[in-house]
Design a binder for this molecule. Structure first.
Ligand code: SAH
Length: 257
């Protein structure tokens, strides 16, 4: 009896230790990534208007485990400062771009945010501790399901997901303090502008988008990160750095899958 308790204890301690190690395994990579993001923020200050990012944004990036948002095949690249494939022709965004977009939103603790393009869920996980609630829409059902599991595992209870077409926004939850498009549009859909509060901020990659769902013709893409602020008559617009995002595609894959 005593020896079996000892064995169980040893197993439990072993499991605890390996969990702790697993968490630590990536800590130094995550720190190195943060340094890289800070350096890039300085280098791009002239085009972004932001030489340093809000310390709250940086501290969230220091804690969100990006390795939990990439497929197993990309684990070793999880803390590289680049987008990575997540299946279905989609990508998890480059960490520096996630930092910049989050910083540009100037989030306040009570803000309600709409994200179009949940993808892996990483961007929503970064927004989560910085605002009251994140509503996030994704058109690929398997990506929504995966992201939902990740949010639950990480206890990010203020992130609400929906499988649907982001072109319609989420009228039942509107208006939003902030809207973030994680996919590129030629023009921001009017429905989304309409769902933004007066004085609210919308961040989107705007420019040319390939017609197909995927990234076959990236060379010809010309998109700019754009920041809009809603006013009485429409929006004011600030055009920032060139970016490359997957396109915002209307309708659901396979007509509803
Ligand atoms: N925020 C994501 C990045 C995802 S890439 C992350 O952190 O991982 C952009 C995502 O937008 C893709 O998953 C794509 O399927 C989704 N998307 C494209 N068009 C859409 C639409 N009309 N409605 C909802 N999601 C869309």
């Amino acid at each position: 009896m005593i020896s079996s308790i000892r064995v169980l204890l040893a197993i439990a301690l072993g499991a605890g230790l390996s969990c702790a190690l697993a968490a630590d395994d990536f800590a130094s990579e995550r720190n190195a990534l943060l340094q890289e993001i800070a350096a890039l923020a300085r280098e791009t200050a002239r085009d972004t208007g932001r030489g340093t990012f809000d310390p709250r944004v940086m501290s969230v990036l220091a804690t969100v485990p990006r390795h939990r948002f990439v497929p197993a095949s990309e684990l070793r690249a999880a803390y590289r400062n680049r987008p990575l494939p997540i299946g279905y022709g989609q990508t998890i965004s480059q960490p520096y771009i996630v930092a910049l977009m989050t910083d540009l939103m100037r989030l306040k603790p009570n803000d309600v945010v709409l994200e179009i393009g949940t993808g892996s869920g990483y961007q929503a996980a970064v927004l989560s501790p910085l605002c009251r609630r994140v509503y996030t829409i994704e058109r690929h059902r398997p990506l929504v399901d995966q992201a939902r599991e990740r949010f639950a595992a990480l206890k990010l209870e203020n992130v609400v997901t929906k499988h649907g077409d982001g072109f319609a926004g989420w009228p039942e939850q509107a208006p939003f303090d902030r809207i973030l498009l994680a996919c590129a549009v030629q023009q921001v859909p009017q429905a989304l502008v309409d769902q933004l509060k007066l004085g609210g901020i919308l961040i989107a990659p705007v420019g040319t988008v390939p017609k197909s769902d995927g990234f076959g013709i990236l060379e010809s893409i010309s998109q700019r990160l754009t920041k809009m602020i809603r006013n009485e008559t429409g929006v004011t617009e600030e055009v920032l750095i060139p970016v490359v995002f997957v396109p915002m595609v209307s309708g659901l894959p396979g007509g509803g899958a």
